[in-house]
Design a protein around this ligand. Structure first.
Ligand SMILES: *Cc1c(COP(=O)(O)O)cnc(C)c1O
Length: 367
């Protein structure tokens, strides 16, 4: 195989990082500004307003300099005290993390475990709450990226609020910006996302939408924290400021990406993601392949590896011949499935390119 030219355009269909639009790249190439300045406060104010638009909320959305996992950690250490009981749904790699992480902080975690590709129903959660009426929170993964599985957060939230006082906390890292999520209407209490997926910004920022109820609960938390102390972050947030040095360059890029999202309109953006996801699902099905998830998400599609090609060679061919990056599976499914992310900065033509290359690779028309 001949060496491809270095300037080859990279087609990322990986669930983080996702492609970055030129407008965002250009903003990040601008000279750095100082964060304790009017100029930064003006940008951060606009960003904070647009983040509320993104999450469909009038309540605060905190920005942290960390990846998504840091945002999730911030929820655990700020909302609870050692020994508190929480219910955590584990239906994949990320759910697994939201069981082990709170345990590390001394929480009493009730794990609701599902097979990979499966998702919890409102009835399941209702039963778990009947058994554990003292649970302080229910943790859900909106789109479980390891399996491309969607969880009906809205219906589950209704059930939780109707029968308990538990908080509803959502990992929206792979879904926010691409899949419908209405923080206020769905009565969520905490929802985390990060910069490198639906928001079209490089990795390095985490965002946490918080309900007023969650903000109140935070005052009583007794888990040690410092950098991720959301009470401190919230105090600064009221002044469009941050307690520590913010990731200024990424926030400038975010400013550009949120303007793009606003221009597109969040609801049309959800719709466009749905259409793209449908196209990918139809495309792979027409090629005779099988979807992996029982509840396919509109952010990432997981597909059973075709039997006539080895996983390593499959990804190698896609990269070398077409500069296309799909993701492998995770855990025991590492070579059994492949994942096509269509969240963020993609359009119809990108999907056509991905499906066309996929077809060539699986029909072995390329060698
Ligand atoms: C990417 C991702 C995360 C966070 O991962 P980081 O690498 O810490 O940004 C969390 N949950 C889900 C569902 C994800 O897809």
């Amino acid at each position: 195989m001949t060496e491809e030219p270095k300037q080859e355009k990279i087609h990322l269909f990986t669930p983080g990082p996702t492609p970055i639009p030129e407008q965002v790249l250009r903003r990040m190439a601008e000279p750095i500004i100082h964060h304790r300045s009017e100029e930064f406060h003006t940008i951060f104010k606009r960003v904070n307003t647009n983040l509320q638009y993104l999450f469909r909320t009038t309540q605060p959305v905190i920005t942290l300099a960390s990846s998504g996992t840091g945002g999730m950690e911030a929820t655990f250490v700020n909302l609870f005290s050692p020994g508190d009981k929480i219910i955590s749904v584990n239906n994949g790699k990320f759910g697994e993390r939201w069981v082990s992480m709170p345990k590390a902080f001394g929480l009493n975690v009730i794990e609701l475990r599902y097979e990979w590709g499966d998702a919890p129903t409102p009835e399941d959660i209702s039963k778990a709450l009947q058994k554990h009426p003292d649970a302080k929170a229910v943790y859900l993964v909106h789109c479980e990226t390891s399996t491309g599985t969607y969880t009906d957060v809205h219906s589950i939230s209704k059930v939780v609020h109707s029968q308990s006082s538990a908080l509803v906390c959502v990992d929206g890292v792979c879904s926010v910006g691409g899949m419908e999520l209405r923080f206020d209407d769905w009565e969520l209490d905490a929802c985390v996302t990060s910069s490198q997926k639906g928001l079209m910004v490089p990795p390095g920022l985490a965002f946490i939408a918080l309900s007023n109820r969650a903000v109140d609960v935070m005052k009583y938390s007794k888990i040690p924290k410092y950098y991720f102390d959301l009470n401190k972050a919230l105090e600064s947030y009221q002044k469009n400021d941050t307690p520590w040095t913010p990731a200024i360059t990424l926030i400038q890029g975010l400013d550009a990406s949120l303007e793009m999202i606003k221009d597109e309109g969040i609801e049309s953006r959800w719709h466009n993601h749905t259409m793209r996801a449908r196209e990918v699902r139809n495309g792979v099905t027409l090629l005779g392949m099988k979807l992996f998830s029982r509840y396919p998400s509109d952010a990432v599609t997981t597909v059973m590896m075709p039997v006539n090609i080895e996983s390593k060679r499959f990804h190698e061919l896609l990269r070398k011949k077409y500069s296309i990056y799909f993701a492998k599976g995770q855990g025991e499914f590492v070579d059994k499935i492949f994942r096509v992310a269509h969240i963020g900065y993609h359009d119809k033509r990108d999907i056509t390119i991905a499906l066309e290359a996929l077809k060539k690779v699986v029909t072995e028309s390329v060698t």
